[in-house]
Structures are given as structure tokens and as C-alpha cells.
Design a protein around this ligand. Structure first.
Ligand code: ADP
Length: 482
């Protein structure tokens, strides 16, 4: 971005970033923010670990930082551009050049995860203090989840001037480490107490960020409120409530270019005025999943298969749904028990329920284009992305009324239907009874083609891109610097 347009610089500190590495929605957000913030004058760079093979993806990289002892070995930071994102890769082979994923190998967490992500945060603080070799230095450090949690802590404990923000994408992961690691993590012993680093006798790097950051955000307004309640705060509700004045919920957006049924290379193009074309995608999807005719709504699920996502509720409601004409196509992987349950469902309802176990981005696009509805029965959902893809594709979301799902879906009650604003169905509580009722309602709405088409058009009109959210982040950074 041009120099005179810059109002401030932000160092985003994260463990994953699309398109380099992704295990969940966090990566989408970290990759989207720099592009979304640029028009507001914020120059954001993303600092992340150079996992194995990643430096090669960076293209022409320049060395912008060197450290002699970064948690047990030397490290450098390489700067480069990927997909319009200024990426800073922390190359520290002793921490990151290994088999497996970002957090685990063969199903087991890397035992030195506390040190691995502490190193990332430590280097973020070093950059905040000294800047990079190319003269760039941040005004704000924006840390994401427990992996970034120590960045605000190091800034605070080491007396550095940069402001800090921590964003909670999912409070279920809290970055625990034994108290014996205090020294190894370069944390002050004096801060190991209940009002700071200590969490039930251990260190929580997420809590460390929450108690030291200048602002706390999470990814939807409803989740921001839920986090202060015991049902959702996972033990940290008191910590967050104590800093309530600093907390705000800013909805994630989706990449409107990637998720656009009129321009998606995976699908037969359609938009709100050419909805008939969606039927071609539906027919293709039915064929791809080996289903028979589905006379009622064809629902899709694209998800990690975990209890958080309410996947375990599906088997109990399928018999009714299928009897009412519905069909289901599932794409996901995760908990072996739930993978098995989904495969059993496909075997129990051949021709009506199809399941593919795995992770397949391209197929997920075809599913959003071909489905009639997307099911997201989560027990908690900080923001959720798939319901927003559903809105973009006129694939009506059936969601649990929690977190970002509650903030993004306008449920088809009589008033919303009359006003033409309904975009899906939200149910509460997250149990099989309420989900079953929601699916019955879905079938009833599907049987009224005019109402259904009106909901599809309303869904596709609903803004779910980054416009509003990036303005909210820009305003927050500006407040911190004011
Ligand atoms: P979470 O981060 O909790 O998994 P989100 O809804 O925020 O949930 O983000 C999940 C992201 O991962 C979405 O972009 C979704 O489309 C994608 N996804 C999840 N499972 C799969 C899969 N099996 N294949 C392709 N994409 C998937």
C-alpha cells in the first residue's frame, strides 16, 4: 500500500493463515484481515511459524530479522508476499521443521507446543520493540487465540509501547502448560497467580493474553456475551467479565470473491436472479454423492466431525427427515466415532444419505451450490463460516441459535417471512428434539416454492463480506492509538 495512505501498522500473530496453512476458520480470518484492512489505511503483516515446506511457498523472500537463541535455537524471519498478504515467516527449524500438522503429529500434540508458540510471541514482541530490518515496525500487535496469547503478555511484562489486541476464535483451546515451564517460557514468576497467568494450577497462554491485552475481541457479538457466562466461558468467564469494558464482538466476514456462485469455477454459475441454474448444481451433487431422487430439501453438512458441531445429533433425526422427503450429503472428518456414525447413517438410508470422509475444499464449493440447506447444529459456535457460505449460495442455513449463528441467520418466523427478511431457520436448544422440529419446518417451507425462493433471495442479499467487520477492526485500532 502507498505510504501516505497508511494510518497505522499492525502485526498479526497467528498459527495459521490461508492460503499457507489451515486447520479451521481461524486461518480464513487471519488471511482475510490484511486485505480487508488495507482500504482503511491499516498496513498489516502476518507473523506465523514456517512449518515444514512453507518457506518454499513464500516465493521471493527477504530476511528481515535474526535471533540467536529463540527458545533453544537460532531463528530468522523471512518476509514475502502471498496472495496480496505480507507474510512474515518465523523460520526456527528446531521448533517447526518436523512431520505432522501445525499442532500435532500422528494424533498427538507436539510436546513442546508451549515453547513453539511462545517463540512466535516472543519474536512478535521483539519486532514490536526493534522493528524489522526493512524499517517496518507495528503500532498494534493483534494476537489470535492461545497460540498468540503470550504476545500481549510479553509486551506488557517487558514494558513495551505497542498496543495489543487478542481475538478469541474458540475458547475451547486455552494453551495449557505446566507451572514448571514458567522459566522456559520466559514468564515472570511474580505473575503466576489467579489474577494473571495461573489457571487451575497451570499456565494458560490464552488467559495470559486476556489479562494483558489492551483490547479483547471475539468473532461475533453473541459469542462476546456468551463468553461471560459459565455455559460458554469454559472457566474463563470471570476473567473476561472482569474486563468486559474492553471486550467487543466483531463478526467475521467471508471472502466474497472465493464464495460467489456467479463466479465459482466449481459450479454452474447462478445468482439471485438466475436461481433455476442452482437446480443443475443440485442434480450434479446428487449424482456425485450417489443419491437417488430427493423429493424434499437436500441438506448438506461441511464440518469438522466433533461434538461441538452437534454432529452426534444427526442420526436421531434422519429417519423423520428422510421420511419427509429430505436428503443429506455430509463432508467432514474428525472424531472417529462420529465418522463411523455418519457412515452408518449412509448405510441405513442408501440413496438418501451420502457421506464423504475427508477434507475437500473444491467439493465443499459444489456442495454449497447444489444443496438446498446447510445444517449447523453446533453446541457453541464463535462465528461459523459455513452458514455464511450458505447465505451467499442461497443454501438456507438451519442453525443452532448460538454465537455467530444467531447473529447471521434471520429465522423464518411469521413476522420475518411477512417482511421478506427470513434467511434460514434457527433453533434452540441444541438437541435432537429442536433439530428435528427445525428440519420438519424446513420441509414445510421447501414445499412452498414462492416462500422458499423469497428466502433464498433474501439470503443472497444479506451482506456477509468483510466490509462492516473490517471497519470495526479499523476503528478499534484507531481507538487504541488515540
Ligand atoms: P471451525 O473453525 O470451528 O472448524 P468454521 O465454520 O469457522 O468452523 O470454519 C470451518 C471452515 O473449514 C469452513 O471454511 C469450512 O467450509 C471448512 N471445512 C470444514 N470441514 C471441511 C471439509 N471436510 N472439507 C472442506 N472444507 C471444510
Amino acid at each position: 500500500m502507498s505510504e501516505q495512505a497508511v494510518v497505522g501498522r499492525v502485526l498479526s500473530v497467528a498459527s495459521e493463515c490461508v492460503p499457507l496453512v489451515k486447520t479451521g476458520g481461524l486461518a480464513d480470518v487471519v488471511g482475510a484481515l490484511p486485505k480487508a484492512l488495507a482500504p482503511h489505511g491499516w498496513d498489516m503483516r502476518v507473523l506465523m511459524p514456517a512449518y515444514r515446506g512453507m518457506v518454499e511457498k513464500l516465493g521471493a523472500a527477504r530476511e528481515v530479522w535474526t535471533g540467536g537463541d529463540v527458545f533453544g535455537g537460532p531463528a530468522i524471519v523471512l518476509a514475502g508476499r502471498v496472495d496480496e498478504i505480507e507474510v512474515l515467516l518465523l523460520s526456527a527449524p528446531h521448533l517447526y521443521d518436523r512431520d505432522g500438522g501445525p499442532y500435532s503429529a500422528s494424533g498427538r500434540d507436539h510436546p513442546d507446543n508451549p515453547e513453539r508458540f511462545a517463540a512466535l510471541c516472543w519474536v512478535a514482541a521483539e519486532i514490536a520493540r526493534d522493528g524489522l530490518g526493512d524499517g517496518w515496525s507495528p503500532d498494534v500487535v493483534h494476537a489470535h487465540d492461545w497460540q498468540g496469547g503470550l504476545a500481549p503478555a510479553y509486551l506488557r511484562y517487558r514494558g513495551m509501547a505497542a498496543k495489543s489486541v487478542i481475538t478469541i476464535h474458540n475458547i475451547a483451546f486455552q494453551g495449557m502448560a505446566g507451572p514448571e515451564k514458567l522459566g522456559a517460557l520466559r514468564l515472570p514468576y511474580s505473575e503466576f497467580h489467579a489474577d494473571a497467568l495461573e489457571y487451575y494450577g497451570q499456565i494458560s497462554t490464552l488467559k495470559a493474553g486476556l489479562v494483558t491485552a489492551d483490547a479483547i475481541t471475539t468473532v461475533s457479538p453473541t459469542y462476546a456475551e456468551e463468553l461471560m457466562r459459565p455455559e460458554f466461558g469454559m472457566g474463563l468467564q470471570g476473567v473476561i467479565a472482569a474486563r468486559a469494558a474492553l471486550v467487543r464482538g466483531i463478526l467475521n466476514g467471508v471472502d466474497a470473491g472465493t464464495w460467489d456462485p456467479a463466479a465459482d469455477p466449481e459450479v454452474v454459475a447462478y445468482d439471485a436472479r438466475r436461481l433455476k441454474k442452482k437446480a443443475e448444481n443440485r442434480a450434479r451433487l446428487i449424482a456425485e454423492f450417489g443419491l437417488d431422487d430427493v423429493p424434499g430439501p437436500l441438506a448438506i453438512v461441511v464440518s469438522r466431525l466433533t461434538d461441538q458441531k452437534g454432529i452426534d445429533l444427526l442420526p436421531a433425526v434422519l429417519e423423520d427427515f428422510v421420511a419427509a422427503g429430505g436428503g443429506l450429503a455430509v463432508l467432514g472428518s474428525g472424531d472417529p466415532r462420529l465418522e463411523g456414525a455418519m457412515q452408518a447413517a449412509a448405510a441405513a438410508f442408501p440413496g438418501r444419505v451420502g457421506v464423504k470422509i475427508g477434507y475437500d475444499e473444491a467439493l465443499s464449493h459444489r456442495m454449497f451450490a447444489g444443496g438446498d440447506a446447510v445444517l449447523v447444529p453446533s453446541r457453541f459456535e464463535p462465528c461459523g463460516l459455513t452458514q455464511m457460505y450458505g447465505l451467499r449460495y442461497g443454501t438456507l442455513p438451519v442453525v443452532a441459535a448460538t454465537g455467530g449463528l444467531a447473529d447471521t441467520v434471520i429465522t423464518a418466523n411469521p413476522m420475518a417471512l411477512a417482511a421478506g427478511t427470513a434467511t434460514g431457520i434457527a433453533f434452540h436448544p441444541t438437541d435432537a428434539l429442536a433439530l428435528g422440529q427445525a428440519l420438519r419446518r424446513l420441509c414445510a417451507l421447501y414445499a412452498q416454492p414462492d416462500t422458499w425462493a423469497a428466502m433464498q433471495r433474501a439470503a443472497m442479499r444479506q451482506p456477509v463480506d468483510w466490509d462492516a467487520s473490517s471497519a470495526a477492526y479499523a476503528a478499534l485500532y484507531a481507538e487504541l492509538l488515540a
